[in-house]
Design a protein around this ligand. Sequence first.
Ligand SMILES: [Zn+2]
Length: 271
Amino acid sequence: MIIDTHVHIFPEKIASKALAGLEQQYGVSACGEATVSGIHTSMQAAGVDASVILSVATTPAQVESINNWVAEVVKTDNSFIGLGAMHPDYPDIENEIQRMRELGLKGIKLHSEFQHFIPDEERMFRIYEALGDDMVLVFHAGDEVIPVREIHTTPIRLSNVLDSFPELKIVAAHLGGHRCWDEVESHLLGKNIYLDTAYVYPVPGHEHITLERMVNMIEAHGFERVMFGTDYPFRDQGQEVNNIRNLGIDEKHMEMIMGTNAARLFNFDIS
Ligand SMILES: [Zn+2]
């Protein structure tokens, strides 16, 4: 079973505009359509069984409509796991997170560079408390924009959140913090946090880690808390399946990374 734990898709009518904005900001070009049908085509070609939809609200006003849309997509389609959106300035955090549970969403994604927060600042705690021990929290971590802008979600900040909220199910995207590898090694590896592989594998033009270091970090962290993720449509799912599968990790641990860890974390049953 292959689960891609990190994909971005949008409603049909805003997809091309949203994608163009992200392409410009990150200086990358997409390799697929950021829509439901686009990712279906990609998943079929890549042999991906399920994808985790991640959405970020750049304003509090977007929160409910994003959550309604993701819920609508996952309701009728068992090949998706839906995460909702939340925003630090959203007024009624507790009720909206409860509504997400009722809609069948499995957690939220937060992105400090779009939402202007620091993970361990106190105003964020309401969100973490409302998520309880059942909803998953995915943080964008580190950053891939060049030249480097100030990074707000650093491994040290994440480690502080872990210390304060030991029951919270946290995923740090981009192997704990894109291009913050020294800090990931000293502050996150081995701790009770999931790391995804999205946008980390070195490809021409984006060689920010060596393969040797990537494998060493995965092994040092523990195979049971690393999950396959691509960042579709910014990485090709088929190529990333091959890239990660060929890291030289044994088959038993590779199965955990490719799907079973995610199935357990998101309580997902393929059948
Ligand atoms: Zn992403």
